[in-house]
Design a protein around this ligand. Sequence first.
Ligand code: TRP
Length: 333
Amino acid sequence: MKLEKKRILTGDRPTGKLHLGHFVGSLQNRVLLQDEYETFILIADIQALTTHFQNPKLINDSIYQVTMDNLAVGLDPDKVTFVQQSQIPSIAELTIFYSMFVSVNSLRHNPTIKTEAKQYGYDDLTYGFLGYPVSQTADITFCNADLVPVGDDQLPHMEQARKITRRFNELYGNGETIIKVPETLLSKNSRLAGLDGNSKMGKSLGNAIYLSDDSKTIDKKVKAALTDKNRIALTDKGNPNICMVSQYHKVFNEEEYENTCEMCRSANIGCVACKKLLAKKLNNTLEPIRERRNYYENNLNLVKEIIIEGTKKANLIGNKQVEAIKEAMKIIL
Ligand code: TRP
């Protein structure tokens, strides 16, 4: 008997190109997992509407950008299924079903919802925004995913998803598991700080380094990075603990990290040289990604085909799942 691979589902909101924070927090991990697991990557264009409903053009363009970023880091379209969320009716149906027994208070107390509401300046939340963890549960369960690799900001949503699936089985399972309770796979490097010292990298924070940035842009962004402010002259001894460049060496230049710290502390390397070293490392990391991205940019039809084919496959799975769920809920005639 052939042993079935476990299934992974994870996703991105198409609200712009992906950056190094996404790379460190999840994309790298996806590449490592794609052989061991049957992988689904959801392009969550409906979830993108929860915050960007006034900007449909950006979302539409970003479906391609985000898919290309995923392909560029090394996800293999022959192994991985790319899915356009809006084209999967079973996700919409499951969202409605789950919404009947999810309490509004549990959503209002979701820490990620609270943080994002503050970040976007919402005081009165839309129904769709408040409820997106429910729709995210539908994302995960339309294909009965076993595992969801995510960064730590998604933990409250995973908790909610586990609660919803458990409750569903309790309510309608008749002693059986109709919907798998998904496990969380937390990324090792969950969060990448911005070079400006902000604890997070983000497009809206203005500190994003995109996977598609060219080498000159990388040089420029690294040059502007926050270093130890007390280090003015080259002969001053530096403190790498309060330097963003050093933090990045730790992530992207692990072999030389200790050495650069030592040289900084003893004033044997200046900030300019240290930044150059980092920029070079980043460019080395990004070069193969740029190359693959370039290929797909020149073959947009291929990207479209990858999404359409993946979505087709996902619908076959989703339709079956909805059938079983409707039957369990007695939504039948
Ligand atoms: N909320 C996720 C994010 O902002 C994106 C996402 C949508 C997702 N659907 C998902 C992640 C399902 C994991 C599983 O990054």
